[in-house]
Design a protein around this ligand. Structure first.
Ligand code: SUG
Length: 445
């Protein structure tokens, strides 16, 4: 059966802002308090989706979430009219208030972990929304993410949309940002690599000293169980704790894989040799390309600054591969020179595609953060809700929708404007019609 990999990109929400909410994410900390441009952010994301669609790649879109979340503020004890709730929260607890305003659901690599049906015992495609419990502003995404996934992957005979893992730090789960599927080709059974930052129940095991390890081994193993991955179709590997302390808060900031290629930094994994051995074992006599970048070529600091490894590694219709890179890679001479070498070397990567994603990058979100990969067979594709599939027409509609509803400046003061909630809800209400999603938001119920 043929199968294709779709990229489901997050549409940037109307409250995109810089609140410095993510300890361990250096860009988020560096840009705290800066003025954001939600309109430009959404357009940068849309242009990336359109570029991949124009290359002939299957592309889809996931809607943003409602922010600020009044529901969350009510849970935190703020009461009165919605305007009063916003005013009180902004005044009494700026930290809680900012957490409810983040447009962080745009980084859909953290929306869920996805296992294609070729890898699972019950031949269904499994999706588990990530609980994202390590960061308050992200921990409030998972229930709406589940509703969104259910509104797209509607057929329970083909898809299982799980509940997120329980909300406890032992089960911290960040979704596909710590999950890479390697395979001979998308339709064949793959090897799903789950990368964790710490073992919660073994506090003597290595873990970072300064910044949090967001993903636990216990969470990764729970997903492997619930997705019913075939024997031999999964492995767990630990991310090197020292790189977490240097700002590598997800594995997709230091490694990216696609089909038979793993592109990664020498320091990405705690036990690289063991990982390579297991991958070699899975691929047996089939070709596999390990493209390892060492410290002499690019330091971890340069990798974090340029977001080289947060590129999307994609298979083009002619079967060669391309890297979709943030502009910051082209602006860094060391990284850019190195990329020319990669293109010339004996491996499938033959094209470099550069995108301006500065608005998202300033919060630590590069090309790969903005997308969730979903491999669908033809019959699975036929059963999903088609409203979210990118086309020239959908691009034009969304581009106009952004022009109509989005602001081009947001700072802390403007987040406290109750009118922003009204504008956002009007926009999202219209969006559910454009994307044919039904009622997915709390305010629509
Ligand atoms: O979770 N930044 C996000 C960036 C997520 C990137 N995703 C992947 N690597 N897959 C995060 O740290 C910053 C929001 C702020 O500070 O306003 C933020 O949430």
């Amino acid at each position: 059966m043929t199968a294709k990999e779709f990229n489901f990109d997050g549409l940037v929400g109307p409250t995109h802002n810089y609140s410095g909410l993510s300890l361990g994410n250096v860009a988020s900390a560096a840009n705290e308090g800066n003025t954001s441009n939600p309109k430009e952010a959404a357009k940068q994301g849309l242009r990336k989706m359109k570029a991949l669609h124009d290359l002939g790649l299957p592309q889809a879109v996931l809607p943003p979430q409602e922010r600020p979340s009044i529901q969350f503020l009510k849970q935190c004890g703020f009461n009165g009219t919605e305007t009063q709730i916003i005013e009180k929260a902004a005044k009494q607890s700026p930290n809680l208030f900012q957490a409810t305003c983040s447009a962080s659901s745009m980084w859909t690599a953290n929306a869920a972990t996805v296992s294609p049906s070729a890898d699972t015992d019950d031949h269904k495609l499994h999706l588990t929304p990530a609980n994202l419990i390590n960061k308050l502003h992200r921990s409030i995404e998972d229930q709406t993410t589940k509703s969104i996934l259910l509104s797209i992957f509607t057929d329970p005979e083909k898809f299982t949309v799980h509940d997120p893992l329980p909300h406890h730090e032992s089960l911290g789960d960040e979704g596909a940002a710590n999950h890479t599927r390697l395979c001979v080709s998308h339709e064949s059974t793959g090897l799903e690599v789950f990368v964790y930052g710490q073992q919660f129940f073994n506090q003597n095991a290595p873990k970072p000293g300064q910044f949090p390890a967001r993903q636990t081994l216990e969470a990764s193993k729970s997903i492997i169980r619930s997705h019913r991955l075939k024997t031999g179709s999964s492995l767990v590997a630990q991310q090197n704790p020292t790189v977490i302390d240097q700002g590598v808060f997800h594995n997709d900031v230091i490694a990216v894989g696609n089909e038979n290629v793993l592109f990664y930094h020498q320091q990405a994994f705690l036990n690289e040799d063991e990982l390579k051995k297991q991958i070699d074992h899975f691929f047996a006599d089939q070709a596999f390309y390990f493209i390892c970048v060492d410290d002499q070529q690019i330091s971890v600091e340069q990798a974090v600054k340029s977001y080289l490894f947060n590129s999307q590694l994609i298979t083009l219709p002619n079967q060669s591969m391309a890297l979709v890179l943030p502009q910051e890679c082209q602006e860094n001479p060391v990284v850019w020179d190195y990329l020319q070498e990669v293109k010339q070397a004996d491996n499938p990567i033959k094209q470099l595609i550069v995108k301006d994603l500065r608005q998202s990058m300033a919060n630590g979100g590069g090309p790969a953060c903005l997308r969730l990969r979903v491999v669908l067979t033809e019959s699975e594709f036929n059963s999903i809700n088609k409203g979210v599939i990118m086309s020239k027409n959908l691009f034009d509609q969304l581009d106009q929708w952004v022009d109509k509803h989005y602001r081009d400046r947001l700072d802390y003061q403007s987040l406290t404007d109750p009118q922003l909630l009204v504008e956002s809800r009007t926009a999202l209400d219209e969006l559910t019609t454009i994307l044919q999603l039904g009622s997915i938001y709390p305010f629509q119920h």
